[in-house]
Design a binder for this molecule. Structure first.
Ligand code: ADP
Length: 629
């Protein structure tokens, strides 16, 4: 007993996703998590203000405006509770709304933090306050959270706020609080001291922001690159679709480098021109400029033997075939990497930037790694496409050839039948015997032609997806009555057991289902000796509709079962018994069952019988069909 089973370029407008990219400071989850961390730190700051005030006033006996300080602490805590709640709610929203709301909340909290810190510094001694360093911590946090120029603007605001406090206190417009009695009284009035404090604050502040911001930028880019590599590897190793691999490759590279545009060009069959395969962020005009002739493009000739080529300034580089068009597109720097397969270069990956000098070796190395991954996927997808094409051509050839054979065979059959019915005059017994043998050979030939046509159809119609609800019980009943005469002639009992539910619905293609079960029932009758039995059982489970076609026939030798359902295979016992057949029926059945996302199993004991079980899913894709109505 054993089992056999069956189971051009894209014209892209400016990419909106990329336009949003700079707003997303970190991978979204991390951004929200960092904001929550900032909120936790603020809770500590709120309690810290309370604790520090108590220590300073009651222990160190410093002359501080305690009511104000407690108020600031309380305000920080209440504001923070509100922020905590708003951020929690925002995190339940879908992207990109979530990041937009959280970004707004970050801006709001930074502004309030700044105001609270400025007030706190004023209340703890203004320009001579030891709390001035608090601004540095804030600057660092803003540089962690917000991308681009914002941290520098916030740093300037912090220094500006301290300057304003110092000037207002110096002019006597707002009072000055002396926190550390040991400090000279007039220290906050001393312009040299004010200048020195502000200079150090500005210097250390900007250095802190610069170091934090550049480190964060690097981290964000690295994070995006790792995510891109992972995504590309996943797509490349799991997809055989050429479009999907090319699309993923180009889009991921642009996103990972935060580049406004990227493209993938592949060599055409002549190997002389690079045709646009996928593009992101390039205008239609740019795409319309047509393929690149490698012989006229020194850049592409150059890159074939290099790991990459960086064009820092398009306007000064003479290696481009379409330099004016590139400049008209607003592109000023470019990174070009060959997409090298195992044996040949398949094409080139280009990443574009609107400013000169946007690419360095680190970025180039990353794009090269992606291109190497992508090349593997492209080769697999190209090979798969070529195989599919060859398979389709073969099926098409078989279809055309057999179709052409069908008419002469059918003609010969009817002529022979006419002779056997003595329409061409009487025949001797010997002549009749020979003519009958010719008729049998022609019948076998006709069966082969029909099976080959069915096989070709089952291979070429692969795009037809099962999508109609069909009553399988009715299909089987019709087939039963079609086969009943032949079964009766062989004295074979033909029976069918339906489930209690009156109707069994499956999603399928009617002609395919008829072909599947016509083949199985026909085989069961053909390979069962006279006096035997053929039973069809239909059972509806929760996921599958299961149909068993069981016979008490000659069975199949166990060691031959693995080859069953391969094209032209016939079991040895069937051949020895001279039972006519082509060995194609089951391979057609297997293909059709697979197309229906079903399975087919066979169990057989030689001399006792064979049971084929076909399981077909109720649902085709999203839709579900019910049993019994
Ligand atoms: P054909 O019946 O035309 O030879 P099939 O592809 O339908 O081609 O079947 C392939 C082989 O599987 C048959 O030649 C036969 O050896 C074996 N087979 C199929 N169905 C049965 C069955 N019900 N009982 C015994 N052998 C079977």
């Amino acid at each position: 007993m054993a089992v056999a089973s069956g189971n051009p370029a894209e014209a892209a407008t400016r990419d909106h996703d990329l336009a949003v990219a700079p707003l997303l400071p970190l991978a979204n989850g991390d951004f929200a998590r960092n904001v929550q961390r900032m909120i936790v730190v603020r809770f500590a700051a709120g309690f810290g203000v309370f604790a520090a005030t108590v220590i300073c006033v009651y222990w160190l006996r410093l002359p501080l405006p305690e009511t104000w300080l407690y108020s600031i602490g309380l305000f920080i805590l209440l504001f923070n509770i509100a922020l905590y709640e708003l951020t929690r709610r925002a995190r339940t929203q879908p992207e990109p709304a979530q990041t937009q709301v959280i970004t707004r909340l970050v801006v709001a909290q930074v502004a309030v933090d700044w105001a609270a810190t400025a007030l706190f510094i004023h209340l703890t001694g203004g320009i001579s306050s030891p709390a001035i360093v608090l601004f540095l911590i804030h600057m660092m946090m803003v540089a962690i959270l917000l991308p681009g120029q914002s941290p520098y603007i916030y740093a300037a605001l912090g220094v500006g706020a301290t300057l304003v406090i110092a000037l207002l206190e110096r002019a006597g417009i707002i009072p000055h609080y002396t926190v550390i009695p040991a400090l000279p009284d007039a220290l906050h009035l001393d312009p040299v001291f004010i200048l020195a404090q502000l200079t150090f604050l500005a210097l250390i502040g900007f250095i802190t922001v610069y170091l934090t911001a550049t480190t964060m930028k690097l981290l964000r880019e690295r994070e995006r690159q790792i995510a891109t590599l992972l995504r590309t590897t996943q797509v490349v190793s799991s997809s055989l679709s050429l479009d999907e691999v090319m699309e993923s490759l180009t889009r991921s590279v642009a996103q990972a480098l935060d580049a406004p545009a990227a493209s993938l060009r592949l060599f055409d069959s002549s190997g002389e021109r690079l045709e646009m395969a996928v593009a992101h962020g390039l205008s239609q005009d740019y795409l319309d400029k047509g393929p690149i002739r490698v012989s006229q493009s020194p850049l592409d000739q150059h890159v074939m033997n290099q790991p990459w080529v960086i064009i820092d300034d398009v306007s000064r580089d003479g290696r481009l075939q379409y330099r004016d068009e590139v400049l008209a597109e607003g592109i000023h720097s470019m990174l070009v990497v060959p997409v090298a397969g195992r044996q040949r270069v398949l094409g080139v990956l280009r990443v574009y930037a609107y400013q000169p000098g946007a690419f360095d070796e680190k970025r180039a190395e990353f794009v090269r790694a992606i291109a190497q991954q992508g090349a593997l996927g492209l080769e697999n997808a190209l090979a798969h496409d070529a195989l599919k094409q060859a398979d389709q051509q073969r099926s098409e050839f078989v279809r055309v050839a057999t179709h052409e054979l069908r008419s002469p065979v059918a003609g010969a059959q009817s002529l022979i039948r006419a002779m056997l019915h003595s329409l061409a005059g009487d025949m001797t017994e010997d002549q009749r015997d020979i003519t009958r043998r010719i008729e049998a050979r022609l019948d076998a030939l006709r069966n082969l032609v029909d099976d080959l046509l069915d096989l070709a159809a089952s291979q070429t119609d692969i795009s037809i997806t099962p999508s109609v609800e069909l009553h399988l019980d009715r299909i089987l009943q019709n087939l039963m009555s079609e086969w009943s005469t032949q079964a009766a002639e062989k004295q074979i009992t033909l029976e069918m057991n339906l489930p209690t539910a009156s109707q069994v619905v499956v999603c399928g293609v009617e002609t395919d289902l008829i072909r599947i079960f016509d083949n199985l029932i026909g085989n069961a009758i053909k390979y069962t000796p006279p006096g035997g039995r053929v039973a069809i059982d239909l059972a509806a489970g929760p996921v599958w509709v299961s149909t068993r076609v069981a016979d008490s026939g000659i069975g199949i030798p166990e060691d031959e079962l693995p080859r069953l359902m391969t094209e032209f295979f016939r079991a040895s016992n069937a051949r020895h018994a001279n039972i006519p057949g082509t060995g194609l029926g089951l391979s057609i059945v297997r293909r059709l069952v697979t197309r229906h996302r079903g399975t087919i199993d066979v169990q057989s004991v030689p001399g006792q019988g064979t049971t084929f079980t076909v399981r077909l899913p109720y649902s085709c894709g999203e839709s579900t069909a019910a049993t019994g109505s």
